[in-house]
Design a protein around this ligand. Structure first.
Ligand code: SF4
Length: 384
């Protein structure tokens, strides 16, 4: 039995290599939080305190909450916390305070909903004895049978409504709410984008929820049979705790430690620079070849010749009829009707390879196929 969570599934979809390190190999990396994560955690804890105290009829003044946030910040701040962007910890601290302050002003006296759960730690049963971790920032309800699955967002990106309507995290939680609270008529998924003092809501129909459940279970099946965990490099790598051991970045991180002389002497740097230089020359040569061919055609036309003679080689320059045919379905249908399609069609080997890799092919065919390790090398720009 495995417990899946939104972040576990998200990690698999973001980068399979990261998933392997985190959930299969269970590698513990003692890397401090980024400042964004640190600030987000403290804002969550402060809002948790606000609603927890309210359950005991204690309404904190805004100042008290801000003091609580500052106290947590000062107690827990460590200079190891990673700041990727060009701002100071003070900037982030002030951001966190502004989020809390705006939220407080917007929703005080916080009595329009009843809080049922804070930072929940429940589990929902899934297929094959698996479970789904239900971690709701705040679960609340009103007297009309509406339940509110609330999530605080502390990042600087406001999501579009369409994105929220597709969001898996809160929608999965609403399945759990519907199963557990029989008086529940509607579940509203609510995101508080604290950086914008903005609340956004989404709802799902019963069909959408069932579809989502099936999709999630399919994704879990894919995870459970997965035995190939390639890296996926994206902008999110800057926030990945495994970056220093990731094969996509390890060499760059090693180079960062080197002096300019050591950098130049590095075998990897030398080989990539040489390959870049030859690839550039090859591109230039291909361009030049096309220009010369065009000039040869003009030469042959002017002289009315079909062979042009050089020192060691001669060039045959002859016109031919280039056939242009439609590339649409209608034309393919016509070829099939006229019985010529099977003679002309060739197997799409790259599609076949992709099916083999994904294990989506009949076992009898699979048994006939051998796989061996091969290498693909491609050059791309280093990021600026
Ligand atoms: S650094 Fe990027 S590519 Fe490497 S494991 Fe992390 S997310 Fe994947």
């Amino acid at each position: 039995m495995t417990t899946y969570s939104h972040s576990r599934l998200g990690t698999f979809q973001q980068c399979k290599y990261k998933y392997k390190l985190q959930y299969v190999d269970k590698i513990k990396v003692d890397i401090p939080d980024t400042v964004e994560t640190f600030m987000g955690k403290l804002v969550h804890e402060t809002l948790e305190k606000l609603y927890k105290d309210l359950k005991y009829q204690k309404l904190n003044a805004k100042k008290e909450l801000l003091n609580f946030f500052e106290m947590l910040w000062d107690e827990r701040w460590s200079d190891n916390i990673v700041i990727v962007k060009d701002y100071s910890q003070e900037n982030y601290k002030e951001m966190g305070k502004k989020f809390i302050s705006d939220y407080y002003d917007h929703y005080k006296p916080f009595n329009h909903l009843t809080t049922i759960g804070l930072e929940t730690e429940d589990r929902m049963k899934l297929e094959n004895e698996n479970q789904y971790h239900i971690r709701i920032d705040r679960l609340a309800c009103d007297k009309e049978g509406n339940y509110y699955v609330c999530d605080y967002k502390t990042n600087n990106k406001l999501k579009a409504q369409e994105e929220l309507d597709e969001d898996r995290q809160l929608a999965m939680y609403s399945l759990w709410v519907k199963n557990n609270f029989k008086d529940c008529k509607n579940v509203k998924l609510v995101w508080y984008f604290l950086a914008f003092d903005k609340e956004m809501i989404s709802e799902r129909s019963e069909e959408q929820l069932q579809e989502l459940k099936i999709e999630t279970e399919e994704l879990i099946k894919e995870i459970e049979v997965c035995d190939d965990f390639p890296t996926t490099v994206t902008a999110l790598c800057d926030w990945c705790k495994f970056k220093s051991m990731c094969p996509a970045w390890k060499h760059e991180i090693e180079l960062e430690e080197k002096t300019p002389e050591e950098f130049k002497d590095d075998d990897g740097v030398r080989l990539v620079d040489e390959l870049t230089s030859f690839e550039d020359q090859k591109k230039e040569a291909v361009k030049k070849i096309e220009e010369i061919k065009e000039q040869l055609i003009q030469f042959a036309k002017q002289k009315d010749v079909e062979v042009v003679w050089g020192t060691d080689k001669k060039a045959s320059v002859k016109p031919f009829e280039k056939i242009d045919y439609p590339k649409d379905e209608e034309f393919i249908e016509l070829l099939k009707q006229k019985g010529v399609y099977d003679d002309l069609v060739t197997l799409n080997y790259s599609k076949l390879a992709s099916k083999v890799k994904k294990n989506l092919i009949d076992k009898e065919i699979l048994d006939k196929i051998k796989t061996e390790e091969s290498w693909r090398i491609s050059l791309s720009k280093r990021k600026e």
